[in-house]
Design a protein around this ligand. Sequence first.
Ligand code: OGA
Ligand code: NI
Length: 359
Amino acid sequence: MDYDPWDEVKAIDDTKAGIKGLVDSGIVKIPRIFIRPPHELAEELNMCKSTLQVPVVDLSGIQVEDERKKIVDEIREAAEKWGFFQLINHGIPSSVLEGMIDGTRKFHEQDVEVKKEYYSSDTTREVRYDSNLHVYKAKGKTAYWKDSLFISGLVSGHNEPEEIPPVCRKTSLEYIKHVRKLEDTLLGLLSEALCLKPNHLKATECDKGQTLVCHYYPACPQPELTLGTSKHTDPSFLTILLQDQNGGLQVMCDNQWADVTPIEHGLVVNIGDLLQILSNDKFVSATHRVVANKVAEPRISVACFFFNESSVSPKIFGPIKELISEENPPQYKEFDVSDYLAKYLSRPLGKTGLDLFRL
Ligand code: OGA
Ligand code: NI
C-alpha cells in the first residue's frame, strides 16, 4: 500500500488535539512518523545503561559561609563532569511546584475546542502549543511523543500575562516569579564556581529572557519504538527543569545514559550551550533526552530556559576574558546572540550550537 508520511503529519496537525488526541482516540500502534530508524533501535539495544546518578546539591546552608563554599564546590564539580545537577531545599515552596505541574496538566487536558486556539507551529507566537511535528516537517526526523505549551516574551514585555491560558495563568506566573529568583542565586554560585565575582554572570545579561516550556508526555502504546524527546543539548544559557515523579529524563555521561531520577520537590539544573561557551568549555552542556512514557499516566515536566532573547540591540558574547590565559586560549570566537539563534535554528537537527562559533 502506498504510504505517505505527510498524510500522517497532516491528519494529526488537522485535529489540533496533539499527541494526547491520538492516545485519546484509542490507537494501539504508533504512526510511522514516530518510529525511530532501524539503526537507532539496534544501537539502543547494544548500549549499556549507567548506574551513576546526577549529583544532588542541598542549598539549605547557602547563607552560612563554610557551607556556601561546599555548595560552590559541589556545583563546580557537577557542572564540569555532568553539566547537570539536582537541587533540594532550593526555597521554592512545594505548593508552587505542584501548582505548576497541575496547571500544565489542566492546560493539556482541557476541552480540545479551547486548547485548539493555541495550536500553532509559528515560533514567533509567544504563547502557543504544539506537538513537535516540526522536527518531522522541517528536517525529516522522527517525531516524538509529546505535546508542549510554550510561554515566552514575559521579560521583553510583549507578552501580557493575560495571554497565558487562563487554566494555568496564575500558577505559571507564580512559578516564573520564584524560578527567576532561584536563577539569580544560581548565577551567583556558578560565578563563584568559575572563580569570578558573584555578580559576574548576572552582569553579562545572558539570562535576560525566559521561555517556559510545559511538556506533556502521554502514555505511549509502543514506548520502545519512539522517544519523548530525542537527544539534544539546550541552546540556552541555563535550564531549570521541574519534573513529576514518573521519570524518563536521561543524561549522557561517559557515553552511557544515566537516569535523572525524580526527587520529590527537587529541581533539575543543566548547563546550556551558551554557558559552556562563556565558561570556555570548563562547564559542559550535556546531551540529554526523554524516553517515551511507559507508565499509564501522562508524564509532565516544565523547562525554564534562560536565554538573552535580545534581537534589537546587538549583544556580543564569547568566552569570559577573565577565564582566558596563555594556557587556556579561547575556544570560541565572539558573536552576536541574535546571529547565534538564527544560525542555531537553521542547523541540522541534533547538532549542538557549540560548533557554530568554535575556533
Ligand atoms: C527540554 C528537555 C526534558 C524533560 O525541554 O529541553 O530536555 O524532562 N526537557 O522534559
Ligand atoms: Ni533539553
